[in-house]
Design a protein around this ligand. Structure first.
Ligand code: COI
Length: 358
């Protein structure tokens, strides 16, 4: 491999022909926003062509992994404009992640403007088909050339964007998940509740093992007892107990107690459930509850920015299938997914500050 081979030779256009087979994060728009941090301050953020960047082989991110990121989406509204969902919330979480990782905090207005600028510059690349969107990925990494084991003094902030459709392979909309009991994702006091690259790097081996066994995603359990559900590899976890037709449906999700990523889709789902009058309970949720066919859990779904709302079809583990939930989304999952799709495209009311129109 040569280090100067062209890293930009990827299709960078969400043409109508590509819609329906974009996949996730495989094609990119024509521009990025970039800023640098050095000597205790940020440079201005500038819009640049999407092209390979030059990096010292000693850049600290390559050695110690000091990197954080965010994920948010722009959706095509019925009037043709693009709507960016929950950028300010991402800016806040990015600052929290930076603080935890010993990195400089990027001002929230700089973050939001960088996201807006990337979407605005290539707004023609926001796909319009149902299930498609422009996924926006802000990232910050340690760029100082040094092997010293301490926080870097130099950083790069970048925002790239990628037209996407389905997060899961082969356009899967119902997912099979593998409950991981051998490895853990996060323990109290660790970094599980911030969006640092290392959380995902350490989870890749579990994801590969799950996929090799025919599953779509990992279901992580608590680090102490390996008994309570935490989150999926890239999404938060929800269960429905009871049924809407007899008025007993309740939405249950694990509480944010320091090991779970506080997802914006998670927060949105909680708001949408409350709007529908569905009671919401944040409490520890045992894997046994999910897998008991005679228990009260009737639906399970995943919720994340990249994946959207993904109903769970099967929960499995090392001993095989633990529970088959059904081949169709349950009624609560389907209703919340429809509400979510309407809100992000401006077809149903958003809360203050959720949408930026481009
Ligand atoms: C997201 O849902 O935006 C994420 O960042 C999760 C994953 C794609 C890493």
């Amino acid at each position: 491999m040569t280090v100067d081979e062209d890293q930009t030779a990827r299709p960078a256009a969400a043409s109508p022909e590509l819609e329906g087979r974009l996949g996730f994060g495989a094609v990119f728009t024509r521009h990025v926003v970039a800023a640098r941090y050095a000597d205790g301050g940020w440079s201005g953020a500038t819009l640049q062509p999407f092209e390979a960047i030059s990096l010292s082989p000693a850049s600290m991110v390559l050695h110690y992994g000091q990197a954080i990121f965010e994920g948010l989406k722009a959706f095509r509204a019925a009037d043709g404009s693009a709507l960016i969902f929950r950028a300010a919330d991402c800016a806040r979480r990015f600052r929290r992640s930076a603080a935890r990782m010993g990195m400089p905090e990027l001002p929230e207005d700089v973050f939001v403007e960088a996201v807006r600028a990337v979407v605005a510059e290539d707004v023609d690349q926001v796909p319009s088909a149902p299930g498609c969107s422009l996924y926006v990925r802000p990232v910050m990494f340690a760029a100082e050339p040094s092997l010293a084991v301490r926080a870097s003094t130099e950083y790069v902030f970048l925002v790239v964007a990628s037209p996407v459709d389905s997060f899961f392979a082969a356009g899967r909309t119902m997912i099979d998940v593998f409950a991981m009991r051998e490895l853990i994702r996060a323990a109290r006091g660790g970094t599980g509740d911030v969006k640092c690259a290392g959380n995902y790097a350490a989870a890749m081996v579990a994801k590969s093992a799950a996929v090799a066994q025919g599953y779509d995603e990992v279901l992580w359990l608590d680090a102490v007892e390996h008994r309570y559900v935490e989150e999926f590899g890239a999404m938060n976890c929800f269960a429905v107990t009871g049924r809407p037709d007899d008025g007993t449906a309740t939405l249950v999700t694990p509480p944010l107690a320091g090991t779970i990523l506080p997802g914006h889709t998670r927060a949105t789902v909680l708001t949408l459930a409350a709007r529908r009058g569905i009671p919401v309970v944040e409490r520890p949720l045992a894997l046994d509850e999910l897998t008991d066919p005679d228990g009260s859990v009737t639906e399970v779904f995943a919720a994340g920015t990249a994946a959207g709302i993904a109903p769970v079809r099967t929960v499995g583990g090392s001993e095989g299938v633990l529970r088959k939930l059904g081949d169709e989304p349950g009624p609560v999952t389907a209703a919340l997914a429809a509400d979510y799709a309407a809100v992000v495209r401006g077809a149903a009311p958003a809360e203050d500050g959720w949408l930026i129109r481009v």
